[in-house]
Design a protein around this ligand. Structure first.
Ligand SMILES: O=P(O)(O)O[C@H]1O[C@H](CO)[C@@H](O)[C@H]1O
Ligand SMILES: [Mn+2]
Ligand SMILES: [Mn+2]
Length: 412
């Protein structure tokens, strides 16, 4: 029996990547450290929030698997309160990304064995940010009276700023970020969810010449800034990975590929045999456990826990991020309890999003790789110089052909 379960803690970086000085604005991402800075803030009492959490960061389960150790390897110093000095119980590493972007698709595709060798297109930090001829074509093809926004923005801020006007005028809010994205926010009922999806599909074709990775539908509800809220009906329209990934290889070999949360969207459904929709880390964790119960010999479960990034990293919310990590860590024993001989679990991340850092964008960081299972021997597997080593390890574990990139942990 060999099954594999990959859980991506979206944005859970453990210290700047060696090339971090090439990323970030106005100053670089050098020194960014999602885990380390959260741990330090919590140790200083700055992660306390009434009714949510308090005190030093407590992640005993991930620490036991080697989290503190790999973070120390990444930065040279141990995050505060990650104090388990015993031999790591997980097959663990700190990993560096070779893809040029610090975005979600690049990180996930590289984890699945396919680094992104080209740079994405990005929209400039001007207003308007989108090329006028592209917007003109968008209005013609959709019949919309106009668009609002047309600038770089944080999604929650721009909905508060323009949500009421969008409801009144039936114009969607179009915005971007330091990621290669065209995002469209519109009211789920007044504008209509189906209509939002329809205009996103039109936009997806129009952004292709600009080498943009994703169009994202960001539906919201509420009537005023006091109660505007984004819903779980977010939908990402992504370009295809540049080569077949681990998911394609598993599917082609007749295996089930169970994709929980955003995974199917991130891979444009390529190589996915079942898309399992789930919103919010608690539900995503529940659905992951259900998918594991459904997985047969040779199958792959791939989950993305998006809250770390979307609700806490981008929102620069230290206590929220800390509480989400503690929640996840607290549920790991449930996952360990359902493992069978031959199972391999991988906990990792796709990039950083340091909630203490400047701005609201991702940070170029190393990520943790914590692998475990009933027959997996724990040890530090050295710094990995591509996330593709994760995909190669899973491929070897599942008895799939190896890919073009990366080296399995099991070989070292
Ligand atoms: O500010 P919001 O809308 O959450 O946007 C964030 O989510 C997008 C995709 O993950 C990124 O572009 C990032 O800026
Ligand atoms: Mn991400
Ligand atoms: Mn993000």
């Amino acid at each position: 029996m060999a099954r594999a379960f990959i859980l991506v803690l979206d944005s859970f970086g453990i210290g700047n990547a060696p090339d971090a000085e090439k990323f970030g604005k106005p100053t670089s991402d050098k020194g960014s450290d999602t885990l380390g800075h959260i741990a330090s803030a919590c140790a200083r009492g700055e992660g306390d929030k009434e009714g949510l959490r308090s005190g030093p960061l407590s992640l005993p389960n991930m620490d036991r698997l080697g989290l503190g150790l790999v973070a120390q390897k990444a930065t040279g110093s141990r995050p505060a309160n990650l104090i388990d000095e015993g031999e790591p119980k997980g097959l663990c590493a700190n990993a560096v990304e070779v893809s040029i972007g610090k975005d979600t698709p690049s990180g996930h595709w590289e984890i699945a064995g396919v680094p992104v060798p080209f740079d994405w297109g990005y929209f400039p930090e001007t207003q308007p940010t989108f090329p006028p001829e592209m917007t003109k074509a968008f209005l013609e093809k959709t019949g919309l009276p106009g668009i609002l926004g047309d600038k770089h923005a944080s999604g929650t801020v721009i909905i508060n700023e323009l949500g009421e006007e969008s409801i009144r005028t039936c114009m969607p809010i179009c915005y971007t970020s330091a990621d290669s994205v065209y995002q469209i926010a519109a009211h789920e009922e007044h504008f209509g969810l189906d209509r939002l999806y329809e205009i996103c599909e039109i936009a997806f074709d129009l952004v292709a010449p600009y080498n943009i990775g994703r169009v994202i539908a960001r539906p919201f509800i509420g009537e005023t800034p006091a109660d505007f809220e984004r819903t779980g009906n977010r939908h990402d329209y992504s370009v295809l990975p540049p080569e077949p990934t681990l998911l394609d290889r598993a599917k082609d070999a007749g295996r089930q590929v169970l994709a929980v949360g955003k995974i199917s969207d991130i891979f444009a459904a390529q190589g996915v045999t079942k898309k399992i929709k789930a919103t919010g880390n608690p539900m995503i964790f529940d659905e992951t456990l259900k998918a594991i119960a459904e997985a047969k010999d040779g199958d792959l479960v791939f989950s993305n826990l998006v809250d770390f990034d979307m609700h806490y990293g981008h929102r620069r919310d230290v206590s929220g991020y800390a509480a989400a990590l503690e929640y996840f860590d607290g549920r790991l024993p449930e996952l360990e309890a359902v493992l069978q001989p031959g199972d391999l679990v991988v906990l990792t991340a796709d990039h950083g999003c340091d909630p203490t850092w400047q701005g609201t964008d991702h940070t170029r960081e190393q990520v943790p790789v914590l692998m475990f299972g009933p027959d997996i021997a724990g040890r530090y597997a050295g710094q990995r110089n591509t996330f593709a080593d994760i995909g190669e390890t899973v491929a070897e574990h599942l008895g799939l052909a190896s890919g073009k990139h990366g080296t399995s942990f099991l070989k070292a």
